[in-house]
Write a protein that binds this ligand. Structure first.
Ligand code: PHE
Length: 454
């Protein structure tokens, strides 16, 4: 019987364990798979700049707000709002978060499945001897097929469920702690190779030189969605995680450090991708969701020891995806366990089955269900758009309003300062951001994107 089943709440232990777990949630496919392709689709440098601004002014305050809620209530994301605001409608934020968790789990496992397949291809040396056109074709054939992508997706969901079943502390902390630093090193190596390829400079220009004519309301909403998705905020993943934090954790520092680590990894992924892309003569907006799977094998083929590097890369990317997907699945599992008294193992099974069911439709978005589209978006894009650009920002908006306007000033201050043990240097700035800047900014971005303000 696990700790959870005996009624006592499980928790994280060391300081590094906490940062590693929260960073493990944040750093994942969002940085390495999603960031490069949305930057590509949204015109490069200007998008990057807006995204960075959003991380700083909106992302970090939302993350810190989630930490305050989670650690104060020590409950799952629905229960946390019930605990702090009993008899109100605020727990609806929790319900939205649980819906978002399902949707994200469904399409996240598609891409994680692709990653596992590419790990397999690396192991059998399947990139060897192929040129850029052949590598692209190889990916496209895989993407539209039925059996293999679904098979790998199921493997990924099973792996996620197995880690969830082994409990919070033992499971999550152990896996995320050791491996993330290696991922960073590998990205540095890939970036160095990418920028030394012939004709790669244009890629750096694309990524870093802002062209503000590229900005419109859709691009700005996209940058907001990317910031929220990548930081794991807006759906209570970090409310759930911080409910396991001990009382001595410095919440502000943790939010800051995790966000910086997340941004650094995303930018490194951009440096690994765009220069290589330009060097290969590909267009930045061309790759779509398959971007990294088409570009990176070309880089592996041009790097000494590329065979081993590609294996290591896809292993680490799979693990980064796992440390994120467990934080998504944990939102639903903790909810079922604490609100419905379901045993942890059954809660995990139910969640995994439901995610697998929806997930199959996402995975077949380019194949069997390619004709199922709404407004030009296939099932995958629709779910990704709904979760990242709608549910997470709306969730984030409500979360900052909750902490900024509903919770008492004193409660928030007590939680952030560990009941007065820490000196808070930026409390005023934080308060101002969550009370005024973040809600107004998110609301304007939305109204603009729907077309109400222009
Ligand atoms: N931030 C994760 C990533 O970048 C994905 C995620 C989104 C995790 C939302 C939890 C909540 O891969």
């Amino acid at each position: 019987m696990s700790l959870k089943e005996s009624g006592k709440r499980d928790g994280f232990t060391s300081k590094f364990g906490i940062i590693a777990a929260a960073a493990g949630s944040a750093i994942g496919l969002g940085n390495i798979w999603r960031f490069p392709y949305v930057v590509g689709e949204n015109g490069g440098g200007a998008f990057l700049l807006v995204y960075l601004g959003f991380v700083l002014l909106l992302g970090i305050p939302v993350m810190l707000s989630e930490f305050v809620i989670g650690r104060k209530a020590k409950r799952n994301t629905f229960g946390a709002f019930k605990e702090i605001a009993p008899g109100t409608l605020w727990p609806i934020i929790g319900v939205m978060g649980i819906v978002a968790a399902f949707v994200i789990l469904a399409f996240y496992s598609t891409i994680a499945g692709w990653t596992l397949h590419y790990l397999y291809i690396s192991v059998i040396n399947g990139f060897q001897g192929r040129d850029t056109a052949e590598l692209t074709l190889m990916f496209e054939k895989f993407q539209i097929s039925t059996f293999l992508p679904v098979f790998w997706q199921m493997i990924f969901i099973i792996l996620t469920a197995v880690i969830i079943l082994s409990g919070v502390k033992k499971g999550i902390e152990k896996y995320s702690k050791i491996l993330m630093p290696f991922l960073l090193l590998l990205l540095v190596a890939l970036s160095v190779r990418s920028v030394t390829l012939p004709g790669s400079f244009e890629g750096l220009v694309f990524l870093f030189k802002p062209d503000f004519t590229k900005l419109d309301s859709t691009v700005i909403l996209g940058a907001l969605g990317q910031a929220f998705f990548s930081l794991s905020i807006g759906m209570g993943a970090l409310i759930t995680y911080s409910s396991y934090f001990p009382s001595r954790t410095n919440l502000s520092n943790t939010a800051f450090e995790v966000s910086i680590a997340d941004v650094v990894i995303a930018i490194l992924a951009g440096i690994a991708i765009f220069p290589a892309m330009f060097s290969l003569g590909m267009q930045p907006e061309q790759g779509g969701a398959g971007l990294i799977f088409m570009v990176l094998p070309n880089v592996f083929l041009q790097i000494p020891g590329g065979y081993f590097i590609s294996i290591a890369f896809f292993i680490l990317l799979s693990i980064a995806a796992l440390t994120s997907s467990i934080s998504i699945m944990e939102v639903v599992v903790a909810f079922l366990v604490e609100e419905f008294n379901i045993l942890r193992r059954y809660a995990t099974l139910i969640t995994a089955f439901a995610a697998a069911f929806v997930g199959v439709f996402c995975t077949l978005s380019w194949g069997a269900f390619e004709n199922v589209t709404i407004g030009g978006r296939n099932i995958f894009d629709m779910l990704d758009f709904t979760a990242s650009n709608v549910l997470l920002p709306v969730g984030g908006l409500l979360i900052v309003i909750f902490v900024g306007w509903y919770m008492s000033h004193a409660d928030v201050k007590d939680e952030m300062s560990n009941q007065g043990a820490l000196k808070l240097q930026v409390f005023g700035v934080f308060r101002f951001l969550i009370k005024f800047i973040a809600p107004v900014a998110i609301a304007i971005i939305f109204l603009n994107a729907i077309g109400i303000l222009n």
